[in-house]
Write a protein that binds this ligand. Structure first.
Ligand code: COA
Length: 158
């Protein structure tokens, strides 16, 4: 598996692949996923970076998952991370975060922040494993299956 860090705008075809992976990863939990156009527009902005987990199979490269981060000053925010369900628990997420943390060290960013729905226990367990700590709560931040759900704010710093 290879992690590619992409700072340039992406094409429609890749935006469609990412939208599909995010949909597949989010659908069972009821979380809203981005449309192809939303992903395309986000990654057209200079402050957003894409981390792409790719695997070679039969001379074809397939995308197993991705992470999008936004950087501002010396801080980084993880906007989304999604792994194709068939490839979850195979250390794809860990590889994406390792690449993010390595890049953050090089750019001397101090903190990485993210928000996660309080009911997304598996993602919270994953983030804790990646070294994030809970620093706060945003009440009723998400609407999931027509209910307001709190967001947990997490931070990782050196
Ligand atoms: C959460 C997610 C990004 C994790 O990525 P992943 O590639 O499946 O996770 P990894 O294989 O890299 O896991 C590394 C470690 O994190 C922890 N972890 C990962 N998934 C976990 C789960 N479902 N439950 C508990 N711990 C988990 C484990 O300690 C794991 O190590 P182990 O498998 O040796 O026990 C991925 O499962 C996903 O896309 N989930 C659906 C979308 C989502 O919820 N995104 C986050 C929205 S904020």
């Amino acid at each position: 598996m290879k992690i590619e860090v992409i700072t340039e705008p992406i094409d429609d075809k890749l935006a469609a692949i990412l939208a599909q992976i995010q949909f597949n990863a989010y659908v069972t939990s009821g979380m809203r996923s981005y449309t192809q156009d939303e992903i395309f527009d986000l990654l057209s902005l200079e402050s957003y970076t894409l981390y792409l987990a790719q695997r070679n199979f039969n001379d074809q490269s397939t995308v197993d998952g991705f992470l999008i981060e936004q950087h501002a000053a010396d801080e980084v925010e993880v906007i989304t991370v999604a792994i194709e369900p068939a490839h979850q628990r195979q250390k794809v997420g860990k590889a994406l975060f390792s690449a993010l943390i390595e890049k953050k060290r090089k750019t001397e960013s101090v903190n990485i922040f993210l928000e996660v729905a309080k009911i997304n226990h598996s993602a919270i367990a994953f983030y804790e494993r990646m070294g994030f700590e809970i620093i706060g709560t945003r009440k009723g931040y998400y609407t999931i299956k027509s209910s307001l759900v709190d967001a947990i704010v997490m931070r990782k710093r050196d």
